[in-house]
Ligand binder design. Structure first.
Ligand SMILES: [Zn+2]
Ligand SMILES: [Zn+2]
Length: 279
């Protein structure tokens, strides 16, 4: 395979809060957060929203899967795909599940058991592959998912906490920063430091700048704040992400036009979109 496919990001879910399938969201997509990142032979997944189920259907059935899943946090829109991710039940597959916002009060394993418990769900996570492991860390730590990749992390401003990620691989930098709310008095310097010089930053753009004042304290941000961070940190491309489920395709077209006029190096995330960092 050509070297240019060495580092790719595929978007399986681009929504926040709740999935919103329907005829008026088909173009941007209705599934909640899930990204498939390929670094050579390595598979890294960011978040397990409803998009994860679709992704699972594409994974090879015969070859063993060995992957890391990094959760921004454990709100349902980011984990609800896990019990419907058939690949994680297959005993030959290995998954390492990571979260950086739960310690010391909770653990990721405990959160999964809580979600998958009677009478909310018929089977517990114990029936996953025995090769599923849970890794709690504290946002701020630097992780090494595999040799040659570095994952830097930072705590985000979100109710119950969340973690932002910076993945460095093959001389390129991909950042995943959702869910988070910007400060009213300037940029979040933790995020600016995290994403400095990145090739791509996927950012929580749940609200438009006009909508945001009605949702102060809800833990989300806007494309305008994402653009400011990119300018301050020298990020090449902003990916507008975690779309509000109330924003249908027509609304998103208008949002894209306005955002790209101000920040031409932006992309509005759509389900099925693939970005290539290896080019
Ligand atoms: Zn969310
Ligand atoms: Zn959240």
């Amino acid at each position: 395979m050509a070297a240019k496919s060495d580092f790719t990001v595929r978007f399986w879910g681009v929504r926040g809060s709740i999935s919103c399938p329907g005829h008026d969201t088909v173009r941007y997509g209705g599934n909640t957060s899930c990204l498939e990142v390929r670094c050579g032979d390595h598979l890294i997944i960011f978040d397990g929203g409803t998009g994860l189920r679709e992704m699972g259907k594409t994974l090879a059935k015969n070859e063993a899967v060995n992957a890391d899943i990094f959760f921004s946090h454990a709100h349902l829109d980011h984990i609800i795909g896990i019990p419907f991710f058939s690949t994680i039940f297959d005993p030959k597959n290995t998954f390492r599940l990571w979260a950086g916002h739960l310690l010391p009060r909770h653990t990721l394993h405990e959160v999964m058991r809580t979600m998958m418990t009677s009478p909310l769900f018929p089977v517990p996570p114990d029936i996953f592959s025995k090769k599923v492991s849970y890794h709690d860390f504290v946002a701020g730590e630097t992780l090494t998912p595999f040799e040659g990749a570095t994952m830097k992390t930072v705590a985000l401003n979100h109710p119950n906490g969340a973690t932002g990620y910076r993945l460095e691989y093959a001389g390129k930098v991909f950042c995943y920063v959702t869910d988070t709310e910007h400060a009213s008095d300037g940029l979040d310097e933790n995020i600016v430091d995290l994403v400095r010089g990145a090739d791509i930053m996927v950012y929580d753009c749940t609200y438009t700048p006009e909508e945001y004042p009605r949702y102060v304290g809800w833990g989300h941000s806007t494309w305008d704040e994402g653009g400011k961070i990119c300018q301050a940190a020298g990020v090449k491309t902003l990916v507008i992400f975690h779309h509000d489920p109330g924003h249908d395709d027509v609304f998103m077209d208008g949002l894209a036009k306005t955002a790209l006029e101000k920040y031409p190096n932006s992309i509005v995330a759509r389900e099925g979109m693939i970005l290539d960092l290896g080019e």
